[in-house]
Ligand binder design. Structure first.
Ligand code: KG4
Ligand code: ZN
Length: 339
C-alpha cells in the first residue's frame, strides 16, 4: 500500500511516499529555517504563507522522487493535530482537496504518533508494546504505546517542553534558531559539570516533568554574567544546561521503566537528535537491560515519512476521515480523529 503523506504542523513543509508503513520511497522537506532565523524563532503567519507556496511543489516532488503518480497512491495521510493552527490547515485542506478530487481515502495523523512511528522506519523489527519518551519543541511525554493506535500517557511536562527550554537558553547564549540543535553543536565539548541548574520538584506525579525553574536559573546566570561584564562561557553553560535537562528526562524515564517494566524503549521527536540524550539513554537502557530504539537523525525532526508510517497503521485500524476533517492546535495523543 502506497501512502502519500503531508506534514505542515510547524515550519517544515514535508511530503513523502511510504510503502506499507515501513519503506520510504521518497521524503521531501522544504525547510523555512533561513527565513525564521531572522526573528529568532518561528513566526506562525510566515510559516502558513510559506506552506501555501510550497505544498503543491513538495507533493509533486515526493511523487516524482518515488517514481509514482497519484494513480499509484492508495491513501493520503496528513498531520491534523497538534501544531500551529494556520500551518496545519494548509496541509489538511490540501490533503482534503487531493482526496476529494481523486477519490482517495484520507487519513488524519496525530503529530506525536508520527514522531513515535519514525522508529518504525529506522527499526523495521520494532513493534508495540513499548515505552516511549517523546521530546519535541512543544511536547515532553512519557507514553505507554500499547499498540500502533493505543497510548497511555504516563507523564508530561507541567510547563515548558524540553526543546522549548533548550531553545530559550540557547537564544540567550546568542546561538541561532533552532536553539537546541545549535546548542548541541556548539557545546558538545564543554564541561557538563561546571554549572548546576536546579533539579525540579514536581508535586503530584513522579513521572511529570518541569523545566521552567531550570530555564529561569539559566536566564539569571546569563544576565548576571552580562551585568558583571564577564564573558558568557557559552560552551560550558550550554554543556551543563543540556546535561541537567537530560538528567531530568532520564530520571523520570527510569521511574516509568520501574513502573511498567517494558522490554523495549523508544525515544522520538526533534530533541531525540540530541547527542547527550542519546548517550544517556544508551547507558540507562544498558543498565536496565531494556532494548533501546532511536530514530536515525534524519527522521528525528519533523518530516512527512513518519506521518506516512503512522498513517498506514491508522488506515489499517479504520481511522479515515471525510471532507469535514478539521485541524486542531492541541489534541491528546490518545485521541482519535472522529467526525
Ligand atoms: O519535533 P520537532 O522537529 O518539532 C516539534 O514538533 O516541535 O522538534 C523541534 C525541537 C526544537 O526545540 C529544536 O531546538 C530541538 O527539537 N532539537 C534539538 C536538537 N535538534 C533539534 N534539541 C537538542 N539537540 C538537538 N540536536
Ligand atoms: Zn515535531
Amino acid at each position: 500500500m502506497n501512502i502519500l503523506a503531508i506534514e505542515s504542523s510547524c515550519d517544515d513543509t514535508g511530503a513523502a511516499v511510504v510503502r506499507d508503513g515501513r519503506e520510504v520511497l521518497s521524503n521531501v522537506v522544504a525547510s523555512q529555517v533561513p527565513e525564521h532565523i531572522l526573528y529568532g524563532g518561528v513566526v506562525p503567519e510566515i510559516a502558513s504563507r510559506r506552506h501555501c507556496e510550497s505544498i503543491s511543489g513538495v507533493c509533486s516532488k515526493a511523487l516524482s522522487d518515488a517514481g509514482l503518480t497519484l494513480k499509484d497512491i492508495d491513501a493520503v495521510a496528513v498531520t491534523a493535530a497538534p501544531g500551529l493552527i494556520g500551518a496545519l490547515l494548509v496541509g489538511v485542506n490540501f490533503a482534503k482537496g487531493l482526496c476529494f478530487a481523486n477519490n482517495i481515502p484520507l487519513v488524519p495523523v496525530h503529530h506525536l504518533r508520527g514522531h513515535v512511528a519514525s522508529n518504525y522506519i529506522s527499526s523495521p523489527e520494532l513493534e508495540p508494546p513499548f515505552l516511549a519518551l517523546i521530546v519535541s519543541g512543544g511536547h515532553t511525554h512519557l507514553v505507554n504505546v500499547k499498540s500502533y493506535t493505543e497510548y497511555d500517557v504516563i507523564g508530561r511536562t507541567r510547563d515548558d517542553a524540553a526543546g522549548e527550554a533548550m531553545d530559550k537558553a540557547a537564544r540567550l547564549l546568542g546561538l541561532p534558531y533552532p536553539g537546541g540543535l545549535n546548542m548541541d553543536k556548539a557545546c558538545a565539548n564543554g564541561d557538563p559539570k561546571k554549572y548546576v541548574f536546579p533539579f525540579p520538584r514536581v508535586d503530584g506525579s513522579e513521572y511529570d516533568f518541569s523545566f521552567s525553574g531550570m530555564k529561569t536559573a539559566a536566564i539569571n546566570l546569563i544576565h548576571n554574567k552580562e551585568q558583571k561584564g564577564e564573558p558568557l562561557d557559552i560552551e560550558n553553560i550550554g554543556a551543563s544546561y543540556m546535561c541537567c535537562v537530560v538528567k531530568v528526562l532520564s530520571s523520570k524515564t527510569e521511574k516509568a521503566m520501574d513502573l511498567l517494566k517494558p522490554s523495549r524503549f523508544v525515544i522520538a521527536g526533534g530533541v531525540s537528535a540530541n547527542s547527550v540524550l542519546r548517550r544517556e539513554m544508551q547507558a540507562l537502557c544498558k543498565r536496565k537491560k531494556i532494548e533501546l530504539f532511536m530514530p536515525e537523525l534524519r527522521y528525528c525532526g519533523d518530516n512527512a515519512a513518519m506521518i506516512g508510517s503512522q498513517g498506514y497503521y491508522e488506515y489499517l485500524a479504520g481511522h479515515t476521515a471525510g471532507v469535514k476533517l478539521n485541524a486542531f492546535a492541541t489534541m491528546d495523543i490518545d485521541n482519535d480523529f472522529s467526525e
